[in-house]
Write a protein that binds this ligand. Structure first.
Ligand SMILES: Cc1ncc(COP(=O)(O)O)c(C=O)c1O
Length: 382
């Protein structure tokens, strides 16, 4: 099997699973318990926090563990709204965010907040000048994803940060779920970014793990109130095995990051260059500059995305329609619609998303299978 659906999720790695297993079996005390057994779990959890902080270049106190990307996005958005509602009710985001951001914004709109959705160009990218133009005295939050999950566009996070330096009270959040291990930490953790959200299962950590970078001094109301864990910012008994395993996963990702990025880019280019020669193929992702190395979105115009996904599946190759969350709802891709891609092209779109286990040989096999399937599809289209 060839697994080209790593933006949907990744397989937990054996080392990470071993860590999870060991901690679950041996150090299963509650980190809040006063006895040694609890203290041992607490120490391990704090060690995991320190490791993650070091690997991404921030302070341990700036890492808050969560259950994943959706929780992180919901928390920063709603936590900002709750903390700053007396100062203003205006939020700026983009028209290409993941549903976790989009639907959090929609909930806030129901509560009377005003959300500006920035348009994107034909590569799915916002213009920083539009952020500046959208700013108002009552703006409390700017939320922009680092890497788009449907087509891989890298957003101008630093440039927006430069603009926001003149507006120090506005929270600046980056959904970095698709950005980890892709060689762009300098963008994600650029100095004006206040919050960045991450999801463990996108980098071989267990499901139900994640973390948020919360810059020192920035205040959010908690979304999950309770016993005051995570320095009162996220209550609930800590997922010690999951968080310790996630620290290991991130270490592995970081150790191999340079090689992974190079290989993913080479695989992407090999497939990109091959696909370009086919009349009915439309490629939505950029080949290099301004795009992440692991996402390639294209359409065989005239064939529905689901049909393409299942045809590849029969050949043992796993890809997806543009995002796993929307694919079951048969929704037209949000990002492609925002890019004003015609509906007949958007409904034909599929996404290849690469991970560190993929190889150039798999790219060759993909291209061979593509050739075979295309010949069949062409008969239907022509
Ligand atoms: C950009 C982006 N944000 C948020 C999420 C949600 O993450 P999770 O699945 O951990 O809730 C995803 C998942 O695909 C994503 O791609």
């Amino acid at each position: 099997m060839i697994y080209f659906d790593n933006s949907a999720t990744t397989q937990i790695s054996p080392e990470v699973l071993a860590t999870y297993d060991t901690v679950s079996k041996k150090i299963w005390g509650n980190p809040s318990s006063l006895h040694n057994f609890g203290e041992e779990a607490w120490n391990l959890l704090e060690q995991a926090r320190q490791q993650i902080a070091k690997l991404v270049g921030v302070k341990p106190s700036e890492i808050i563990f969560t259950s994943g990307g959706s929780e992180g996005d919901n928390w920063v958005i709603k936590g900002t709204a709750m903390a700053k509602r007396r100062f203003g009710k205006h939020i700026i985001t983009t028209s290409v965010e993941h549903a976790a951001v989009r639907n959090s914004m929609a909930q806030l709109e129901e509560l009377g907040f005003d959300v500006t959705y920035l348009p994107v160009d034909k590569e799915g990218r916002i213009n920083p000048a539009d952020v500046k133009a959208a700013l108002r005295p009552d703006t409390i939050l700017v939320s922009i994803m680092a890497v788009n999950n449907e087509i891989g566009t890298i957003q101008p996070i630093k440039e927006v940060g430069e603009i926001l330096k003149d507006y120090p009270n506005i929270h600046y959040m980056v959904d970095a779920v698709q950005a980890i291990g892709k060689g762009i930490d300098d963008i994600v953790f650029s100095d004006r970014v206040d919050f960045a959200t991450f999801s463990g299962h996108k980098f071989h950590a267990p499901r139900g793990t994640g973390f948020v970078y919360v810059k020192s001094g920035r205040k959010l109301e908690p979304l999950v109130a309770g016993g005051g864990q995570e320095r009162t910012m996220r209550s609930g008994t800590e997922n010690t095995p999951g968080d310790v395993a996630m620290a290991r996963a991130i270490r592995l990702v970081k150790e191999n990051e340079a090689t992974t990025v190079k290989t993913e880019q080479a695989i992407k280019e090999k497939i990109y260059d091959y696909l370009q020669q086919f009349d009915h193929v439309k490629i939505f992702s950029g080949r290099q500059e301004g795009f992440a190395p692991h996402v390639l979105c294209f359409a065989i115009v005239g064939v529905r995305g689901e049909t393409i996904v299942h045809a590849f599946e029969e050949k043992g190759i796993y890809i997806s329609t543009t995002s796993a969350c929307s694919s079951k709802k048969h929704a037209e891709a949000g990002t492609l619609a925002a890019m004003k891609v015609p509906e007949n092209e958007a409904t034909s779109a599929v996404r290849i998303s690469l991970g560190d286990q993929n190889t150039l040989e798999e790219a060759d096999e993909f291209n061979r299978v593509f050739d075979e399937l295309y010949a069949g599809f062409k008969k239907i289209i022509d």
